[in-house]
Design a protein around this ligand. Sequence first.
Ligand code: ZN
Length: 198
Amino acid sequence: MSRKKNTSSDIGLLEVVKYGHPALRSKGRRIDRIDDSIVTLAEEMLQTMYEEEGVGLAAQQIGRSIQLAVIDVMVAVKDRPSRAWLDGREIELDSLMPLVMINPEIHPVGTDREIGTEGCLSIPGLLDEVDRPARVRIVCQELSGETLDFEAEGLLARAAQHEYDHLHGILFIDHLPAESLREHQPLLRKLQAKSSDF
Ligand code: ZN
């Protein structure tokens, strides 16, 4: 983790590591105590995500192996809707955003699946279609330590699954068929070569 620059506030922007960096393949440690350093890190991750125009960012992407990810489906992407339910009642999305997920668990709800386009701040230049469960139940801790238990569909469900994967060392390209992956090899090799310069 390194600081690129400081903004006018004292929240720093973090460097997003790219494909080939070993942190992206590491499984995150559970967070037992949500102290000030975790709160600051979550704020810095959100600022970094907004700056890079991402929908989500996991700790692995800033070189940390802990169970912490941030999501905001309201800012960078306007044309891909999401829905969310709390205790069986649909809720306004902005009441959940930005979402900080600590130690998240994700369970598919029902058997419907959906194919949608994904990209990743750690794999710039690569977009592809990924098949995932359409609706999921997400159970995580918030920064306050409270447990949040809700269901999601649409972009939020997709982003949560993408970030959950990161926290377990899995990348969205791992879900692609071998043929697509072969097509992406030149770009992946280029990113990997750059990452090994460090
Ligand atoms: Zn990603």
